[in-house]
Design a protein. Structure first.
Length: 137
């Protein structure tokens, strides 16, 4: 398991928990349509809308709006995590570990172009049955 080394940027687990707590307080004190969203489809739709807005600001090179749109995306991701009882830190660290196994460093060394790497990755994905084959699901 990875650890969060001291001094690695400004992020730490306490800050993530503070963000989640503030977000829960905000959401719980403001009844909205989300309370009626039994299958979480509305929440997912809102996340997609924010991702689209983030993409637009990135493509425009608008460095003042990108942080705001990124924060909106994070807020909706944390809302989804809360709805499903997911520990975002653990889930993310587990996924990073799996990515180290799935995409070994050697795969990215050499003279392979970006297009070749994407094609190879897609071929391996299809041949191996995607995540189900890799993770034994």
């Amino acid at each position: 398991m990875f650890s969060n080394p001291e001094g690695s940027g400004d992020f730490n687990l306490d800050k993530l928990e503070t963000i989640q707590s503030k977000l829960n307080e905000f959401r719980d004190n403001r009844p909205t349509l989300l309370a009626q969203d039994k299958d979480h489809s509305f929440l997912f739709h809102l996340l997609l809308q924010e991702v689209h807005e983030l993409g637009n600001e990135i493509s425009k090179g608008n460095s003042t709006e990108v942080p705001k749109e990124l924060a909106d995306c994070v807020i909706f991701i944390l809302n989804i995590a809360s709805e499903f009882g997911i520990n975002v830190f653990e889930a993310t660290m587990n996924k990073i570990e799996r990515n180290f196994e799935k995409y070994p460093e050697e795969f990215f060394k050499g003279s392979m172009t970006y297009e070749e790497a994407v094609r190879t990755s897609k071929d391996e994905w299809s041949t191996n049955g995607g995540d189900k084959a890799f993770y034994g699901e």
